[in-house]
Ligand binder design. Structure first.
Ligand code: G6Q
Length: 546
């Protein structure tokens, strides 16, 4: 890290020490304009970051840190197709997939916008043909069920988006198979009719073990259940991939192959044809709105000054807690049932992108990088892990996400949900001090010695930082914006930490070993070439399996 960055780093460390003695409750009392000062409006989204352990000086230092990290140039490098994924020598251009402006995007002097539009339109036409029954199965019946077979980036995004937008779905049902555990596929297909089912094999490489195993299983199921000939595969299998020859080899007809490019990273691919299940589920108009929501955030990210730039502020707050407050995890808690898979999706986006320890010069870093992201929906989380956040020993910053309007139209029950969200952010910030607890206990029938014993257990320290992201209603456009906000947040942090957010070498070792072990298991002989634990486990498996 260059010395000008280290200087700011040191100033921030000092500010942290100074801030340890402050409490947000008092800060809010002394600063009535705090909400106004530390909140940003963007279309239907309000981002309130006032309940954070920050003041103007801290924000200015964090922004200086971003400037000294050459963030502005790095943003332009990404949008303009520079090969910023330097270990794989690839550009990172998922933003080109949702570029709805008239400005073309170029990669190595080639205008990629035309190809993007062509492939998108081909996929969207296919989606519409399935939705309105123009595309039929091999016996002439309409497709009623679509099964997306993919894993990681070829699964999590489409699955999360379909769940989040199920309110906007049409008649065709979508199912997602990802795990190589055979019960995943067998449970999902057992009630399906092969005559009305379409499989989407979603795999950028078309070589992923889990996906290809499940795809072959699906083909076998289709052939045996339908008594169809191999020509019928054309009516029931489509592929979403960059490896066109492998798709053909699998037996998928050319018109059912939808392509994309190596400058689309797996975890950023839901905007490409990998999102075909989404388009079939919610229709092309809604899919375009999803793209548009992300595009609007791209424009915001690229053009807004750092101080009014939501993903940049989100990223800097993450750096502040991770590197200066030693907060190794952060939680994302949507008070929105439809966002039940959002944290799971963000886990891959954030942890696969920034879970790195080697910097761009090839050196091991000596600071913390990507935090552990976790969480699930409110109010369920209040009745499980919120205890630790309120009274445990760890500092866990939280992003709350919440819609103003509920899609069920049951506004009075929605008010119950929302009042819990307001209450949690307030409780986490204010806490409950000794005097307040005592006053409350004195109103009860407890005796003085009982009050004394109970009192410390009922104190809440408060001073827990939270962001609140409030949107009008969960619709395709808003969801597109929310996803893009997090994508860019992760990007900014990678720039500050000087790591490559776009490769994922860390998933390779286990894959490699599994291949060798599978060959050994197939041989069905006692193994001796691993450590004693791995040998013991494999041999126990071999001697006990049927
Ligand atoms: C994501 C990763 C990874 C990838 C899966 C599936 O960024 O690259 O999660 O998406 O391993 O890969 P395929 O799409 O090639 O099957």
């Amino acid at each position: 890290m260059k010395s000008s960055k280290i200087e700011i780093w040191e100033k921030l460390s000092n500010k942290k020490k100074e801030f340890e003695n402050k409490h947000l409750r008092n800060i809010f009392q002394n600063e009535p304009e705090r909400f106004k000062k530390y909140s940003i409006n963007f279309n239907d989204i309000l981002f309130d970051y006032s309940k954070n352990l920050i003041d103007d000086e801290i924000i200015n230092l964090l922004i200086e840190l971003a400037e000294k990290s050459d963030l502005k140039d790095s943003i332009e490098a990404m949008f303009s197709g520079k090969k910023i994924n330097f270990t794989e020598k690839r550009a990172v251009l998922h933003t080109a997939l949702r570029n709805l402006s008239s400005n073309n995007v170029y990669f190595e002097n080639y205008n990629i916008s035309n190809d993007v539009k062509l492939e998108l339109n081909k996929a969207l036409n296919f989606a519409e043909n399935i939705r309105n029954g123009v595309f039929k199965g091999f016996t002439g019946k309409n497709i009623t069920d679509v099964v997306n077979i993919g894993i990681g980036g070829s699964h999590l995004g489409p699955d999360m988006v379909c769940t989040a937008l199920s309110h906007y779905s049409g008649d065709v049902k979508v199912h997602f198979v990802s795990n190589v555990d055979p019960v995943d596929i067998s449970d999902k297909i057992k009630f399906l009719n092969p005559e009305t089912t379409l499989f989407l094999i979603a795999s950028k490489t078309f070589t992923t073990q889990e996906t290809m195993t499940n795809a072959n299983k699906a083909k076998q199921w289709f052939m045996s259940k339908s008594n169809a000939d191999t020509n019928s595969i054309a009516y029931h299998f489509a592929a979403l991939s960059t490896n066109i020859s492998a798709c053909k080899e699998f037996g998928i007809s050319e018109e059912n192959i939808f392509g994309f490019w190596d400058w689309v990273g797996g975890r950023y691919s839901l905007w490409s044809v990998i999102g075909l299940s989404i388009a079939i589920y919610i229709g092309t108009e809604n899919f375009k709105k999803l793209l548009n929501g992300a595009f609007l955030v791209d424009e915001h990210f690229r053009n807004q000054p750092f101080k009014q730039n939501i993903p940049i502020i989100m990223a800097l707050l993450g750096v502040w807690y991770n590197n200066f407050w030693n907060a190794n995890t952060y939680a994302v808690i949507p008070y929105d049932q439809y966002l039940i898979k959002f944290s799971e999706f963000l886990q891959q986006l954030d942890m696969e992108s920034n879970g790195k320890s080697i910097d761009k010069r090839g050196n091991k870093v000596n600071y913390s990088t990507g935090a552990v992201l976790w969480g699930t929906i409110g109010t369920n989380s209040q009745h499980s892990f919120f205890q630790l956040i309120h009274q445990g020993m760890q500092l866990i910053p939280i992003d709350f996400l919440v819609g103003i309007e509920n899609l069920s139209k049951n506004q009075s029950q929605h008010d119950i949900l929302i009042s819990n969200f307001f209450a949690q952010t307030e409780a986490l910030m204010k806490g409950k001090n000794r005097d307040e607890v005592r006053a409350e206990l004195e109103k009860s029938a407890l005796k003085e010695d009982e009050i004394k014993d109970l009192l410390p257990h009922k104190i809440f320290d408060g001073n827990k930082p939270t962001n609140s992201i409030m949107y009008k209603k969960l619709n395709p456009e808003t969801l597109g914006s929310l996803i893009a906000l997090y994508e860019h947040k992760v990007f900014v942090q990678g720039i500050i930490w000087e790591i490559n957010s776009f490769d994922q070498w860390g998933v390779e070792l286990g894959k490699q070993l599994a291949k060798g072990i599978l060959a050994e298991i197939k041989e069905n002989k006692t193994v001796t070439n691993h450590d004693s634990s791995t040998n013991g486990l494999i041999n126990h498996y071999l001697s006990n399996r049927k």
